[in-house]
Design a binder for this molecule. Structure first.
Ligand SMILES: NC(=O)c1ccc[n+]([C@@H]2O[C@H](COP(=O)([O-])OP(=O)(O)OC[C@H]3O[C@@H](n4cnc5c(N)ncnc54)[C@H](OP(=O)(O)O)[C@@H]3O)[C@@H](O)[C@H]2O)c1
Length: 254
């Protein structure tokens, strides 16, 4: 039912994890995909190869999304090589797992720049392409439970995700009437390179499985990617500035 053929999607941070799963799911739905990375060129190239094997076009672009010039150059390059940009998925994130009591200005700025400011840079750069296409443009940001729950060592990322969700709602006011939808997918805990580094990861994974209401299974990057594809599709044309939680019900479990 979801057919994204004829669209070009940019997925930031798609060399790994949820970004990678989103890139592949979008390609399976018919979109050509721009795979973005900042350090892992080989991994990003592999993702692009998987996309071309599906029969879609893929290009790989190195860009640090916390840097305005990088974001502008990436979007210019997409316009020049693919001629359009219809979907932007902002998945790249950073921040480290550390107590707030030990956080430095540099730590704070890194989390805010990559996890929040990048979305603003992306929309500013991509809007002329997003609003120009024959379909409504789509922007999807990836948030986490830390935006509303307090989790150990997660203060900087959690704070940035709360800001991100608010920025998405406020951005809706500015671009909603310009042919673009912007929404957030708020994911529960997914086993990825970053979450494997959390010192108490096993406990968190167990707790989430205990609290989901979909049987004893872990949330996967593909579960999150499916919501990304939905919000990138015409089925979501009437959804604006919303946060869609994907966690098997863990957040509402008492
Ligand atoms: N995993 C979870 O449990 C979970 C839960 C809820 C929400 N989320 C959110 O989902 C998103 C993806 O998380 P993940 O766990 O899948 O991440 P991950 O596996 O750690 O991958 C991070 C990705 O972001 C890229 N990246 C980091 N900094 C970047 C920068 N400055 N510019 C461009 N790319 C950058 C990395 O590129 P390189 O490979 O090139 O370094 C990589 O592709 C994040 O927004 C995260 O907060 C994750």
């Amino acid at each position: 039912m979801i057919d994204l053929s004829g669209r070009v999607a940019l997925v930031t941070g798609s060399s790994r994890g949820i970004g990678k799963a989103s890139a592949i799911r979008l390609a399976q739905a018919g979109a050509d995909v721009v795979v973005n990375y900042v350090t892992a060129q080989a991994a990003a190239t592999e993702v692009a190869e998987q996309i071309t094997a599906i029969g879609r076009r893929a290009i790989v672009v190195k860009a640090d999304v916390s840097e305005e010039d990088d974001v502008r150059s990436m979007v210019d390059h997409i316009g020049e090589t693919l001629g359009q940009l219809d979907i932007v998925v902002s998945s790249a994130a950073t921040g480290g797992f550390r107590p707030l009591l030990g956080a430095t200005t540099r730590n704070f700025e890194a989390a805010m720049r990559t996890n929040v400011l990048a979305l603003i840079y992306l929309v500013q750069a991509a809007l002329p392409l997003l609003e120009r296409g024959p379909h409504r443009g789509k922007v999807v940001a990836i948030s986490s439970h830390g935006s509303h729950m307090a989790l150990p060592m997660y203060g900087l990322i959690g704070g940035s995700k709360a800001a991100l969700e608010s920025i998405v709602r406020h951005m809706t006011l500015e671009i909603g009437d310009r042919g673009v939808n912007i929404n957030t997918v708020k994911a529960g805990l997914v086993d990825t390179d970053s979450t494997r580094r959390i010192p108490y990861a096993d406990k968190l994974f167990e707790a989430q499985v205990d609290h989901t209401m979909v049987g004893a299974r872990k949330l996967t990057a593909e579960d999150v990617a499916d919501a990304v594809v939905f919000l990138s599709s015409p089925l979501a044309d009437m959804i604006q500035g919303e946060t869609l939680t994907v966690d098997g019900g863990a957040a509402v479990h008492p």
